[in-house]
Structure formats: C-alpha cells, structure tokens
Write a protein that binds this ligand. Sequence first.
Ligand code: HEM
Length: 469
Amino acid sequence: CWVFRCRKTICYGKLPPGSMGVPIIGETIQFFIPSKSIDMPWFMKTRLKRYGPVFKTSLAGRPVVVSSDADFNNFILQQEGKLVELWYMDSFAELIGQNGEMKDSIKAGHIHKHLKKTVAECFGAERLKGILFPELDQTVKRALDSWTKHKSLEVKHALSTMILNFTWKVFFGRDPEKSEINLSETFANFTQGLMSFPLNLPGTAFHKCAQNRKKIVKLIRDTVERRQTSPAVSRATGNDFLDCLIDYKKTDSSFTDNIIVNTIFALLLATSETIPTTLTLAIMYLADNPSVLHELEEESNRMISGRENKESGITWKEYKSMTLTMHVINESLRMGGAIGILRRTIEDVHIREYVIPKGWTIAVIPAALHMDPDVYRDPLTFNPWRWEDLGATSKARHFIPFGGGMRSCGGADFSKALMAVFLHHFVTNYRWTKIKGGEIVRTPVLSFGDGYHVKVFKKAKMKEMEEDR
Ligand code: HEM
C-alpha cells in the first residue's frame, strides 16, 4: 500500500520536500520521541530547519504534510468542506469515538451546525454573562478553599476535577454522583494513552486508554438513557445541554443516542485536558516570575476595590476590564497550546510549486507559529507584556490556539472566562509552594512528567508564616 501510494502520488506533481521514513511505520517512532522543553517538539524543529515551513512525512501509515506557514495554515483552516475535511488519524479517531456513524455526522453539515449552536448556547458569551459567571465564581472559590486542605496537591489533576465537575453540571444539570467513577482520573489515564504509540495490544498504554474510554462512555450512556426514561429524576435544574441534544434527536432521526454520547465524550475530553494544561503552565510560570504575579494581583485588587460588595462574584464588565490577566492567559496558550490540527484533503491542494494529493493528511502546527522568533521575541521566555505591543495582524495570523475557520473552538469564550476567574481568585487570596515535579515534557502533547505538586495556603496564612520566619 505504501509503495503504491508513493508511486501514485508521483503523477500528481511535485510533493513538498521531506522523508517518508521506512515502509508502513514511516517516521512514527521519531514523532513520538519525547522532549523536555516547552519548545516545539524535536521532530518538527529539525525537519522545519532541514526542509522549510512545509514538509512531507509519513505517520501511522499515512502520508502527511506538516505546515508551519502562517498563510498556508490560514488558507487550509478556511477550506473546510471545499478542499479539506476534519480528520483524526484512524487509531486516534477510534479512541475518541469520532469514527463510523460519528464521522458521518461530523461531515453532515446540518448536524455540525446544530452542535455548534448548542455548544454556543450552553457555553457562549450570552450564557456566561447570565448564569455561568456566578456559578463559575462559586465553583472556583469552593475548589480553592478545598485545595488548602491538602498537604500536597497535583495541580493539573485538581484543576481537571474542578472543571470536569463544572462541565458535567452544564451537560447534565447536576453534579456527578459520588458513586460514579472518578472522572478526572479516568480521563487523565485515557489521555496519557492517547498520545502513546498507536498499538492496540493488551498491556500497551494505547490499550489501557481504550479501556478507560469504555468506562467513561458507559457512564455517559447510562446518564443519557436514564434521562430519556425518567427525565425529571435525572436532572436537578432546568434545561441543560443533554435536553437540547435530545430535543434535536426528535427532529432528526440521523442524530442517534450514539452520536449524543460521543459528542458529550469529546467535549468532556476537550474540557479535561486543554484548560487544566494551560492553567497549570500559567501557575508554574507565575511561580518563576514574581513580578508578573505581583502585577496580576494588583490588577485583581484594583478590580475589587471599585466594588460595593467585596464578596460578590466577578461580573462580565469586570472580566472585560482584565488586561494583564488576559495577557497571562494568551501567553500560556501561546506556549502550551495545541500541537497540531489535522485535516484530510478531499481534492488535490496546490500550494506554491507543490501539490498535496487528495487523501493526504495536512497537519497545521500552531506551535510553529506561536514560537516564531520574528513575531514573538525570545519565544521560549514567558513574557505576558509582549501582548501589549503585538499588532492585530500578528495576533490574527500567528496566534491560533483555538484553531480557525468553520471548526474554530466552540469553547474559547468559556475557557478564557474560566481561566480568568480562576487566576483572579488564586492570585488575590492564595499562595503556593512547590513540593515536587513541574517537569515539562512534550510527547508531542504538553504534559508535566509526574505532575506539578504544590502546597496551597490562604495568603494571610502565608504572610504569618513568613513573619514567623
Ligand atoms: C484552553 C482551552 C481550549 C483550547 C486550547 C481548545 C482548542 C481547540 C482547537 C485548536 C480546536 C480546533 C480543532 C480543529 O480545527 O480540528 C477546537 C475545537 C473545538 N473545541 Fe476547543 N479548546 C479548548 C477548550 C474547549 C472547551 C472547554 C470546549 C467545550 C466546552 C471546547 C469545544 C470545542 C468544540 C465544540 C470544537 C469543535 C468545533 C467544530 O468542529 O466546529 N473547547 N478547540
């Protein structure tokens, strides 16, 4: 197949430079070699240097073109349904439930439109302005208070627990029950295997990942079924995300329970991994940059000082006045954001002197744009103030943590708001000391080795301790 594919493509025109590696495996092994730096993974860095911003390779048996070219990336992200389609590697798609019926539904424009609208209704700016902000505020305050009770707390896991419980409530109108599986742990085990070598044999990380997926899917399926048999019993509040999906199912028979379950699974996965990683990175960098922490705290204090009721939660207007907080969030998204956005060509794509044949995968690499030293001076340095000087064009062209075009992230507003609310409460009321860990590993997805373990204190308590010393 490999020889056939390579031969066949010769007829189409000139392919981008690069190596297809060895038959079948291609360059998959090199791709998964971990690096211990926030920088772009070694695999991409060396090839971009050798071949230029667009190069070809072969991963998991598939021919792939990797791009770090801003214009080409933006062009590809705008070509959904025309020259390219959303695509996950086959093994990956299987694990995240985006194959078979789900794949067809993603392609079906009307379902995609409906899902996007429903996500916007449940997580978008209007809902944030209304009920989500006060709820977020309470959730964060409660979580942070409980964090102080731990002698040692793994930050990403604790964030993931807080965020998953919150999203579960938006989806199902109630907190996850105590008897239900430990969601964040199961998701953590799942994602750990997701980025491992795609070999689904008993004992491999990939296989364990599939087992964890089964557990979560069962839990979601049971909840979806219960809601349809006894709607009033299974929810605590009014209409929620699941109700919206069930209502849609009544109007479109192709929208099955299976699609509902896999949609919720994919959204929980998006939530459990992305926000906790970005926030953990922000917390680690704040610990190493006391001047940023200090100014962030001042911004938060200025915001509260204008309030009549000091205990009231953050309002939308206050949120919109946060400047440095948003710079910290942008900087963390820049340094720790998505490593690749995948598409498959449905037509031959002509780019400059090259042709990317139909059926090939295109990997748009946000990290390559985010680490471009011509746009971001000293790209490996955490410098939130750089965002004051970046023009709108640089931001639009070289900052794509939430993707772009039709498939851009439906949870972007929610994610930024959640991170801002969290940072506000964390820096104004708490301090932390590192117990252990905090090692950055890219596999190529960003992770923190054995985790980032800290002891969290109420700020007043920390001051007392410093005075005693
Ligand atoms: C820091 C947090 C997050 C980051 C960096 C992030 C990043 C992304 C990226 C890069 C994409 C584009 C994928 C592609 O084009 O193939 C995407 C899509 C998406 N994200 Fe997020 N995401 C985040 C949080 C969330 C959350 C919390 C939710 C749900 C509440 C969410 C829901 C979605 C949805 C629904 C899509 C697909 C949109 C579509 O197919 O039209 N994301 N996200």
